[in-house]
Design a protein around this ligand. Structure first.
Ligand SMILES: Cc1cc2nc3c(=O)[nH]c(=O)nc-3n(C[C@H](O)[C@H](O)[C@H](O)COP(=O)(O)O)c2cc1C
Length: 350
């Protein structure tokens, strides 16, 4: 048990990342039932559908789970609408995770509803801003991570910098976590826990496209790269993806005269078809048909250690066992820290 697990009511200090086109109610509920922080992706879901998805999770687990918003992709107004719709539906034990800084209204709505706010950041400056917004937990994302990248530092450097500046903050790391040994290593280096995304992409309950799952299982770290190619629907944010025919030519010159953004696939949601242009930020889900191999398959460098399609309960149980045994064997033991107390910024919002 770490302070982070205690704060969020988890058995294991591990959060599953909210992931658009991957983390639906089935994955979220299965991870939550297994004792980790299952999280439902709201990404660009319209509020009415978001409410239905939250109700599905709440009906399937009595344990804490999270809902994830992406203010930068959804837009601040739409993000606030999502939150206003789902907050009244959440059980008391639920938490809310935000990819990047939410605005003051969104953070205030989460706090007013009494749910812990978990904010993922990629810089020391944003860590301070997130604490100023009342974040209960910070997720420090390193450049090893799959998906969109919030900063430029490898995860260990970011952790060391943020821990030095905010000794009492609850910190999880994101990027490079796929085993219990990875988690134990992060805790030994001063983290209170971790968030993993790529690890759960091939889970049985994940709604990622089967081809996406297959590629993640087969990939090693160097099959991923950071690009800005998949910018339709979420511009100006570099992202780590699996290499594919489009990324093969990602020199600046090739990007400038890239192939036309014609529709290459279709995603069916609630019986309605949504065309997917080439270079869309949307990842291929179970309901996507077309040129899957040309779509954005977000994947972290941790994929080397993700080697099977398993039920989420098995993934979490195995990671928990590895974590316990790695902690038992770890030498030296983690540096003792003073009993956590809120820092001045957090105190203001108590
Ligand atoms: C397929 C995929 C989709 C993602 N989508 C989201 C998202 O919708 N919201 C979010 O907060 N983070 C998202 N992320 C990023 C994660 O929050 C996290 O930073 C990352 O998964 C950590 O690195 P790892 O994938 O190596 O574990 C996504 C990551 C992946 C791999």
């Amino acid at each position: 048990m770490t302070q982070l697990a205690a704060r969020l009511g988890l058995e294991l200090p591990l959060l599953q990342a909210g992931m658009g086109a991957v983390a639906g109610p089935g994955l979220c509920a299965a991870v939550s039932r297994a004792g980790a922080g299952g999280t439902l992706a709201l990404y660009k879901e319209p509020p009415a559908r978001a409410v239905r998805l939250v109700r599905e999770v709440a009906a399937a687990t009595g344990r804490p789970f999270g809902v994830n918003v992406v203010p930068e992709a959804a837009g601040p107004a739409a993000c606030l609408d999502q939150l206003r719709a789902v907050l009244p539906e959440l059980p008391r034990s639920a938490f809310v995770t935000s990819f990047g800084l939410p605005d003051a209204d969104a953070a205030g709505a989460v706090r007013a509803a009494g749910h812990p706010l978990v904010v993922q950041v990629g810089t020391v400056a944003d860590a301070g801003s997130a604490l100023g917004l009342g974040a209960a937990v910070l997720v420090l994302q390193g450049t090893e991570a799959g998906g969109h990248l919030l900063g430029r530092l490898p995860v260990d450097s970011l952790l060391a910098d943020v821990r030095a500046r905010y000794p009492y903050a609850l910190l999880a790391v994101a990027g490079g976590i796929a085993t219990g040994r990875d988690l134990a290593g992060a805790v030994a280096r001063g983290a209170d826990g971790a968030m993993a995304g790529t690890l759960f992409v091939p889970a049985e309950e994940s709604i990622a496209h089967p081809e996406f799952k297959r590629r993640v299982v087969e990939a090693v770290a160097d099959d991923t790269l950071v690009t800005s190619l998949f910018d339709i629907g979420w511009p100006h944010r570099p992202h780590r993806v699996l290499r594919n025919p489009l990324t093969a030519a990602t020199t600046a010159a090739a990007t400038a005269k890239r192939a036309p953004a014609t529709f290459i696939a279709t995603t069916r949601v609630d019986g309605r078809e949504h065309p997917v242009p080439r270079y869309s930020a949307a990842a291929p889900g179970a309901g996507t048909t077309g040129r899957i191999e040309e779509m954005a398959m977000y994947c972290g460098r941790s994929c080397t250690r993700v080697t099977a399609r398993l039920p989420a309960a098995v993934i979490v149980a195995r990671l928990g066992r590895e974590y316990e045994s790695a902690r038992g064997n770890s030498s030296p033991r983690p540096t003792p820290r003073p009993t956590p107390r809120p820092n001045r910024l957090q105190e203001r919002y108590r």
